[in-house]
Write a new protein. Sequence first.
Lengths: 195, 292
Amino acid sequence: MESAQIGVIPRVEHLDAELVAELRSGSPAALGELFDRYADRVHNHCFRRTASWDAAEDATSTTFLELWRTRDRAVEYDGSALPWILGIATNVCHNSNRKRRRHLRAVERLPRDDTTPDHAEAVAGRIDDERRMARMLRALDELPRRDRDLVALVAWSGLSYEQAAASLDIPVGTVRSRLSRARRRLADSVNRTQE
Amino acid sequence: MNEHDLPDERPLDESTRARMRAELIAATAQPEPRRTSWVAPVAASVAMLVVVGTTGALLAFGGGDKPGGAEVGPAANSADNMPPDEQTSAGAGSEQATTSSPEPGAERGESTAADPRSPLPPVTAEDPSTCAADVRSHLGEAREVAAIDYDGGRASLWYAGPVWVVCDTWAAEADGGSTTLIGARKVDSPVDKSTFQISENHSNNSSQFFAAGPAIPGVAAIVYTFPDGHVAEAEMTDQMWLMTYLPTEGPLASGRAPSKPVTVKVTHDGGQVDDYTLEWGLDTCAQVNHGC
């Protein structure tokens, strides 16, 4: 008789569609697994919308709490829960941003050549990230909100046109046309902010 | 700088990930009364306090650049799926063991029952921001000189010396967010297109368009025409004017980018009319206190 493996519990990878179905039925475990799978994606998406790693952490927590609160409306698109999750994250970050704009602009104005102690290199890296992102967001802010969302979802967070359309609940043709225009306008805006 | 010139991605460090996961477990273990939009972030904050209380300073200050405080991680390609938890170093693993994060793989259907946490304490609503606080944070000793109440909000005109600002409460009252400030211009600034610029104010569920300023001498009427055909005439008082529009259907309500501009017709006392054209994204902006 073959001996059973001892000490190794294989981790079952569930499909997003399964997790979404379980979440809709009220399974906290499904939420936990979605968190394990997508927390980093949400975290980085939220950073790109807030230009603050701290705010991104808060927004990530809030996003997953919102997933739970709105689990009745959980959907997957083409086998992925990510469009739904990033759609909620987009709204959470947007709301968070309204309260944080002053901080964002203050960060952007920080001098570039801060002298930072060696032991604070990691912190300095985060601050530099925030300064760069704040500059980019200032350019992005010149676009209408929906265009900003599209740039963030497609160009920055890697959703396909179809996924972004599902995420924002708009036709994919609209994504194509608007994204193209939004990218042109963002390029102009970036150039202006550099001048 | 271009749209791709972004900071590298960073993974959540293990201690933060464990804390967040514990928050989620705590939150999902609670019975669910109906919540308003501010409850989720507040619940997150309270849950965080609970977790921080149990994990203590280990997570917050543990080890400088050692795992647990490791804030800098390798960049990841945003288009890739996030790998499962594979970044745990030995140190981080030992710290995680002090948290109440559930065992990976053992959580399906069991985490709620296994979580011994007592119910969360009652939470207090976060107060929405106020004009008094927000205006003064921008203009110091500003004073309110006039206001217009309307359905859903209140717009107030403030002066700090020769500089005026209008503060609108619609977004704050809609879902406990921030007030919106428009203006920060000198009272003797020339009247031009920027005088009539529009702020797009967002709540969680809708967006309102808003423009306002101190009364303009000799101006009898200000009328905005939106791309969806809606005509909004500004309310005028002796001290200030205010235009608001809350679209409930059509492209503006759904956030689609309009293809046509907004036109503004300004009628003077003598009948002279000035027309202005406001381009989306140039003469409009998302909440003017964001820097428009």
